[in-house]
Write a protein that binds this ligand. Structure first.
Ligand code: LMR
Length: 395
């Protein structure tokens, strides 16, 4: 039965993670998978998370099942975190999911259950798992133009021109902030144009905001999403607590459906629960318990916000240091885009040959396409990284 299964390379990000782990060299740099590291190379457990875990440990009454919607209080606080201040909060329903990938798949299943002929439009480039998740949900996937390979910034005109051609059978998957893999975000004017186009042509906006808080901060990072939900009746949202709460392995995320009435949102969530029952059934509870404990407690929320700000500032500092070092070494501004990008990643567009040389000769691991996880860098590694890049340039 299984003899016909061919050997697989697997997901490029996860394959690189394994390759890095198996590399026996001590001098190596992991700039692959999207995890935040501090300047010692450790991915810390946030203080707010440590305290919430203790509270949870001492107060959790049972390990009995929570049911298909997962942690109901988590669903409320996560919807508030994203939608507070918009009227969408009164016409939405959230479903606790295993990470944002679980949310993406559940919403893909929802689209398929209601409109099986829909096409999901993803940015070119997009998060490596967007296409496989949507295709495995049975949906057609197509790409809209996004990144200008020369400037490494968004080609907003080309993007909007393509979106203007879409219609009611289309779903447009957008990155709420901190675009993965490029780091290049769209302007508020473009978010406004997208809202207007969605209303004019009828496409469904689907906002993946897995990096909320890692760009310009918790409030600023919501501006695009709020521009959409304030003007468009139906919107899908996927979110993650992996990065902003540092809960990676706890697999904590949510799928949120915004509809025209609260009842419609509840009906949609009932269908989402049915779809979840057909796959993972119920999400793991621990991460959601931690998040709700933090967000329901003023002091813990303040600690968490402060820690998140420090993380974001560290990454911004690394971006500025990269630019300064590149400028000093090349007497040019061709790498200035690092400081214009937001969030953990920057897409360099380095060739496969260059990435292979960086890996083989310098032990530097960068994801295919040249996505550098800036948030995984140590300050002291910057000169070494830049020397290696400049030595390999032109390959
Ligand atoms: C990434 O893009 O590196 C992260 O989102 C990790 C993942 O699940 O792919």
């Amino acid at each position: 039965m299984f003899q016909a299964i061919p050997a697989k390379k697997g997901d490029s990000i996860l394959a690189l993670m394994t390759e890095y782990k198996n590399d026996p060299r001590t001098e190596k740099m992991d700039l692959g998978i999207g995890v935040y590291r501090d300047d010692t190379g450790n991915t810390p457990i946030m203080q707010a998370v440590l305290e919430a875990q203790t509270l949870l440990h001492n107060s959790e009454p049972t390990k009995a099942y929570q049911g298909l919607i997962g942690d109901a209080e988590f669903n409320e606080v996560i919807a508030k975190l994203l939608l507070q201040g918009t009227d969408a909060l009164n016409r939405c329903a959230a479903l606790h999911t295993p990470g944002a990938s679980g949310a993406l798949r559940n919403l893909g299943d929802l689209i398929y259950a209601t409109k099986p002929d829909a096409t999901v439009w993803i940015s070119n480039p997009s998060y490596v798992n967007h296409r496989p998740i949507m295709e495995k949900a049975g949906l057609k996937v197509a790409e809209y133009p996004y990144l200008n390979p020369e400037t490494k910034l968004v080609d907003e005109q080309a993007m909007l021109a393509k979106l203007a051609e879409l219609g009611e059978n289309d779903v447009v998957l957008l990155h709420g902030c901190c675009h993965n893999p490029s780091g290049a975000d769209i302007s508020i004017d473009t978010w406004q144009s997208i809202a207007e186009l969605a209303n004019k042509t009828g496409f469904l906006p689907f906002v993946d905001i897995a990096y909320h808080g890692l760009g310009d901060g918790l409030v600023e990072d919501l501006k695009g999403l709020h521009t959409i939900v304030n003007q468009v009746e139906e919107v899908l949202i996927s979110t993650s607590c992996s990065k902003n709460f540092g809960l990676y392995r706890e697999r904590t995320g949510a799928a949120i459906v915004v509809t025209n009435t609260q009842q419609q949102a509840i009906n949609s969530r009932a269908l989402m629960c049915e779809l979840a029952r057909g796959s993972y059934s119920m999400p793991p509870s621990h991460g959601a318990g931690v998040v709700k404990t933090i967000l329901n407690d003023e002091a813990l929320t303040a600690t968490w916000k402060q820690e998140l700000t420090q993380m974001t500032q560290r990454v911004q500092g690394l971006r500025n240091a990269l630019v300064a070092e590149f400028q000093a070494k090349t007497q040019s501004n061709r790498y200035d885009y690092f400081a214009q990008h937001k969030g953990m990643f920057s897409l360099t567009g380095f060739s496969d040959a260059m990435l292979e040389k960086l890996k083989q000769d310098y032990g530097i691991y960068i994801v295919q396409g040249g996505r550098i996880n800036v948030a995984g860098l140590k300050q002291a590694e910057i000169p070494q990284l830049i020397s290696a890049i400049l030595a390999c340039e032109g390959l």
